[in-house]
Design a protein around this ligand. Sequence first.
Ligand code: GLY
Length: 355
Amino acid sequence: MKGDNEVAQKIDRRTFIKSGVGLSAASLISKGSQPFYQNAENSRPVVIASANGLRATEKAMKMMRQGKDSLDSVIAGVNIIESDPEDITVGYGGLPNEEGVVELDSSVMHGPSHNAGAVASLRHIKNPSKVARLVMERTAHALLVGEGALKFALSHGFKKENLLTEKSRKIWLKKKESLSDKDFWYPPPVEIKKSDPHALLESHGTINCCALDVQGQLAGVTTTSGFFYKIPGRVGDSPLIGAGLYVDNNVGAAGSTGFGEANILTCGSYSVVEFMRQGHGPEQACLKSLKRVANKARLWPGYKDEKGRPIFDLNFYAVNKRGEFAGASLWKGKHFAAHDGQKNRLRECAYLYEK
Ligand code: GLY
């Protein structure tokens, strides 16, 4: 629990945000041991996201051009994906846990106030990122989970909904029926091979979205339904500040998609921002963090191939205070979405390994 002093500081920060006073135009960025100043007025709006976030980057850029701040913009962007039943690993229509229940995780982080909020294992609410924002702005806490998070959302007027769509229910049932021949669940006598849930999983993902707005302020959001068929109550990296998301308004913002446990165990997004603080560009910072993950993965039984390389994938996305940005993955072939102020398109991720 936060002490009175910290609560008071949080209230001060809120007052500070409401007053509209941000950082001065000149913000300190450290480059190796030689700090230098980057004039925020030179920065342009930039927004990046995971590959499923092109509509989010489009929306966020539009809002930032209208003068909205980066946090409002990235949340509005990911709300589109959270509400879309076709994206089966985010929000409404996200794939459920092993009991067939959709449980959502999300975090938001606001650079100017260095404040964050998050929810985990939240059921029945299709826009967990909006609830995460309320945790940041309307509580003295940083993370609410499960039943408490749901009650908090209902207190704020959110509507309880069934998030399991027919499409996701069928994928869940197929998985349940094909897991083992030593239980009482049988697959249908004739398998319809139209949709392979694993192929679907590969083509979608958690969404992370980070932005630098026209005032040079950074913010980010990560939102997900987490691992398909997870153990009920499992919390991934997305709602954990420092793992699925981290923002330092003087340096940059970073977020992640992919195998959350590997990211939690290495504080991935925090390390990307720290590498940027040391003077590395976003691409190098993401790759250095991935290298760290890959090295640690050698210690995890069952998570490496015969060459000692991780068998999972993890992706980082980063934007720095100057508006430079990148995406990087452990394995070749991934993309990320970016609107650089001129073009909104998918770009190739840098990578460590080729299959
Ligand atoms: N990165 C999303 C998750 O592991 O839940």
